[in-house]
Design a protein around this ligand. Structure first.
Ligand SMILES: Cc1ncc(COP(=O)(O)O)c(C=O)c1O
Ligand SMILES: NC1(C(=O)O)CC1
Length: 332
């Protein structure tokens, strides 16, 4: 762990949910295809339930919740939400109650199937917009308070200054890994949904002075709005840490293929390519789109000679959208 990052984070309550450092893996066959070196940080292997990037955020978010005496966790997302399921599993593991406030249609596949299998309380609403979901979550919190409970609301994706500390810590872990490997990366690439992961990477790179350019592949909202959200989150986390930093705006590209959650043939094909070339499974909502962007931009020489992809998990998405992908690949 980078000493400065370790010292800064030591004052924040953190529950250890990840008992190891996630490995960095070279992708020889993808690298050969692209003519550049591609490595992947296996944050799909964070180890709790389905793993993924949210577990890093939850170490600090649930630490904060317990420090504040919470007894019930409320969070929200789409019915297919990785964040919602892994939050619920972590909360249960810590002996906390949990209510998931979800949008969409109840579909017993992927994460929602896991929600039900684990006996997690879910409230599903047929709404499209996040603000509507937040209103419902606040209503649930009020209902629980009236029952004498102490609820703690975690925003979508854990995208808060406290949650962002999880990826500041990841960079602290990464910096010691790459110095012992003797590697220097030109770019570090991740999928951008709620923006918290990229915000933590941005702040972590500034604090460690690691000379790697962060590049986000947006799978939903993109452009100026997402850029501002990422930079604001990083700034608020810096304030939380009590540090003043100069933050450069990261490059964020639109690889949503038109809309968040839109399942497309190109990404289904990419998932098969990476799976059969490297034995690594990506998902159709987040990491498959982000890796598509990585390969697209690497071919144009826009990511440098040595690229690090942060594999942020998402495997249940394969099972939520498997039939759609089979149809797109003319296999059904
Ligand atoms: C599997 C997966 N990867 C990446 C992301 C993006 O992370 P963030 O919400 O921190 O931008 C998410 C959630 O949005 C996700 O579930
Ligand atoms: N990745 C997000 C999830 O709910 O899994 C959108 C935050």
């Amino acid at each position: 762990m980078h000493p400065k990052i370790g010292a800064l984070l030591a004052k924040f309550p953190r529950i250890e949910l990840i008992p190891w450092e996630t490995p960095i893996q070279y992708l020889p066959r993808i690298s050969e295809m692209l003519g550049v070196e591609v490595y992947v940080k296996r944050d799909d292997l964070t180890g709790l339930g389905i793993g993924g990037n949210k577990v890093r955020k939850l170490e600090f978010l649930l630490g904060d919740a317990l420090a504040k005496g919470a007894d019930t966790i409320i969070t929200m997302g789409a019915v297919h939400s990785n964040h919602a399921f892994v939050t619920a599993l972590a909360a249960k593991k810590l002996g906390l109650d949990v209510v998931l406030v979800l949008r969409g249609k109840e579909t017993l596949k992927g994460n929602y199937l896991l929600d039900k299998l684990m006996g997690i309380e879910t409230r599903v609403y047929d709404v499209e917009k996040t603000p509507d979901l937040i209103l419902y979550a606040e209503k649930v919190a009020k209902e629980l308070e009236e029952q004498g409970k102490k609820p703690y609301i975690i925003p979508i994706g854990g995208a808060s200054p406290v949650g962002t500390l999880g990826y500041v810590r990841m960079v602290g872990e990464l910096s010691t890994q790459i110095s012992s490997l003797g590697l220097k990366f030109d770019t570090i690439v991740d999928a951008v949904g709620s923006g918290g992961t990229l915000a933590g990477i941005l702040l972590g790179l500034e604090l460690t002075k690691l000379e790697v350019e962060p590049v986000g592949m947006a799978v939903g909202i993109f452009g100026e709005k997402m850029m501002q959200k990422v930079v604001d989150l990083a700034r608020e986390s810096a304030k939380l840490l009590g540090v003043s930093v100069e933050l450069k705006e990261p490059r964020i590209y639109d690889y949503s293929f038109g809309a968040y959650g839109k399942i497309v043939r190109e990404v289904a094909e990419l998932i098969r390519l990476v799976g059969t070339k490297e034995g690594i499974l990506l998902d159709p909502v987040y990491t498959g789109k982000a890796f598509y962007g990585l390969m697209d931009l690497a071919k144009k020489g826009e990511l440098g000679e040595r690229i690090l992809f942060i594999h942020t998990g998402g495997m249940p998405g394969i099972f939520h959208y498997g039939e759609d992908m089979l149809r797109l690949l003319n296999l059904q």
